[in-house]
Design a protein. Structure first.
Length: 271
C-alpha cells in the first residue's frame, strides 16, 4: 500500500495526525515560524500522542516537521509576553508532550529534515530512532536564553551521548551538522533529503512488521537500563532562571547579545 504524507497550507499552524497502514504520522506544521511550538501546540501535541493509542491499528509513530525544518523547539518570542511563572508552566507543557512520546508503548521514529533545536532536539531524542537528511542540524543553545535543564531534560542527552558531550553542547551552544550527529549516534540513519519521507515510511513499515511483543519488550528493557536517575539528580528543578531568562529572551527578541549578570558559587546574582 502506498502511503503519502499529508500536505497543508503554509499559513496554518497545527499538529497533523495521519493514520494509515499501521503508521501514525504526526507533523508539526508551522513552517513560517520554523515549526516552533507555542504552549498551545505543545498541549495539542500531548493530546495527539495520547490519541494514537486509541487506534489499535497504530503500530509505529513517525514524528516529523513540515517543510525543511523538524522544529526550532519552543517559540521564544511567546515567552517575551509571559511572566516567569507562565513561562515555567509552558515548559511543563513541553516536558509533558516530550514524555508522552517517550513513554508510548509502540516504537517512535523522529524524521529530522533541517534543524532540531532546543526542545526540538529533546523531542527528537525522546524518539526511539531518528532518521536524518544531509540538512539535519542538532543543537541545544539554551545558554543564550537562561533556560535551565531539569533532570529529565539533561538525562535524555546523557543517556544518548554521554556526560561530556552533553555539557559540551550546552557550554558552547554549538550546532552539530548531520554527519557529526550521525557519527555520534544521535541520528541512526542518514539519507538524501529527497528520499527522507519515503525512507521513513519504509522504515516504519519494516518496524511495524515485527512482533509487537518483541518491540514492547526491548523498549521496556532498554528504558529500565538507562533511566536510573542518580540520587544527586532526584527532585524537581525549574526550567527558567529568575535573572538570566528574562535577559536572554529580551536579547533574542531585540536581536542583540545578552548581558548576563555575574553569579556567586551558589548561583546568586551579584549586585
Amino acid at each position: 500500500m502506498k502511503v503519502d504524507i499529508e500536505r497543508m497550507e503554509a499559513e496554518q499552524a497545527k499538529i497533523i495526525l495521519q493514520e494509515t497502514a499501521g503508521l501514525a504520522i504526526i507533523t508539526i506544521h508551522r513552517p513560517q515560524k520554523r515549526n516552533a511550538l507555542t504552549a498551545n501546540m505543545w498541549q495539542h501535541l500531548s493530546k495527539v500522542g495520547r490519541e494514537i493509542l486509541e487506534n489499535p491499528k497504530n503500530k509505529v509513530v513517525l514524528l516529523r516537521g513540515a517543510g525543511e525544518q523538524f522544529t526550532a523547539g519552543s517559540d521564544i518570542k511567546e515567552f517575551h509576553q509571559m511572566t516567569l511563572e507562565e513561562a515555567e508552566e509552558s515548559f511543563v507543557l513541553m516536558e509533558e508532550a516530550i514524555s508522552t512520546f517517550e513513554n508510548l508503548p509502540i516504537p517512535t521514529i523522529g524524521v529530522i529534515n533541517g534543524p532540531a533545536m532546543g526542545a526540538g532536539l529533546e523531542l527528537a531524542l525522546a524518539c526511539d530512532l531518528r532518521i536524518g537528511s544531509e540538512k539535519s542540524k542538532l543543537g541545544i543553545p539554551v545558554g543564550k536564553l537562561g533556560i535551565t535543564l531539569n533532570n529529565k531534560f539533561a538525562q535524555r542527552l546523557v543517556d544518548l551521548i554521554g556526560p561530556s558531550l552533553a555539557k559540551d553542547l550546552v557550554y558552547t551552544g554549538r550546532v552539530l551538522k548531520a554527519e557529526e550527529a550521525y557519527r555520534l549516534g544521535m541520528i541512526n540513519y542518514l539519507v538524501n533529503e529527497d528520499n527522507l519521507d519515503r525512507y521513513a515510511i519504509r522504515m516504519g513499515k519494516l518496524v511495524a512488521s515485527q512482533s509487537p511483543a518483541s518491540l514492547l519488550s526491548i523498549k521496556k528493557s532498554v528504558s529500565q537500563c538507562v533511566n536510573s536517575v542518580p540520587e544527586l539528580w532526584k527532585g524537581t528543578s525549574r526550567f527558567v532562571d529568575t535573572y538570566d531568562f528574562p535577559e536572554g529572551v529580551s536579547a533574542f527578541v531585540e536581536k542583540r547579545i545578552p548581558r548576563f549578570s555575574r553569579r556567586t558559587t551558589n548561583g546568586e546574582q551579584v549586585k
